[in-house]
Ligand binder design. Sequence first.
Ligand code: ATP
Length: 245
Amino acid sequence: DERAANVFTLALADEIDSSNTQLTTRAAQGAPHGLVLAAERQTAGRGRLGRRWQMRLGAGLTFSLLWRFDRGLSGLAGLSLVVGIAIVRALREFGVPVALKWPNDVLLDGRKLAGILIELSGDALGPAAVVIGIGLNVASPGEVDQPVADLADAGCKVGRNALLAALLNQLAEVLAQFDRDGFAAFRDEWHQLAAFIGQPVRLSFSHGEPVDGSAVGVDDSGALLVDGTAGRRVFHVGEVSLRAA
Ligand code: ATP
């Protein structure tokens, strides 16, 4: 498979606005599969729903990866969960016991260590171009509006280069398998790594009332199953945020 390992081209910048924004522009201009854009500092790093990603100079590892899939956008549900699995596998190589929070966060001791921002372009049926952004706290990012964790604080001294290499290798492996087999192939592993399964959670939405219930797990498309007073409900990745309740 010509798109297996060793497919990466690295571009490094001292400072950019947002690596996802830059890479999305380059993708539209025909940038190659496997292009990685990493920046020492992002002045407008983004999370989902226009939220900000905070980083202090030298304290974070942030990069974006362009991945061109054979499948169309409609086959990419569950992608952010699979990217989370790659991050957990890479961090466990360095002895860091992280867990996953649906749909797109990596937690250490219940606090947020890393975030994932996936942006898609293409159409439902043709090959999709996907920009996968990852931000990970190597040292303290400074003030953030929710509890955060960092590797230094956890006693892990891995350098950012070694960490980036491990992340890219794990990403290449899981993304190739995801392209072939979809999310269903990862569902059991995701359940093993997930925080909050079987526990009470609250789901909040940009509009409307929150939903309380017990997190059951995910289905074959990566959608979250929650048992509440009104029975079992299915939540797709989108404008939903999850918290322990
Ligand atoms: P949530 O994390 O509340 O579930 P989300 O998944 O939409 O929401 P992201 O898109 O991953 O969040 O990232 C944006 C959010 O991450 C910000 O609103 C902020 O709370 C948090 N954040 C920002 N910078 C950092 C950082 N360096 N480390 C950890 N968390 C951060």
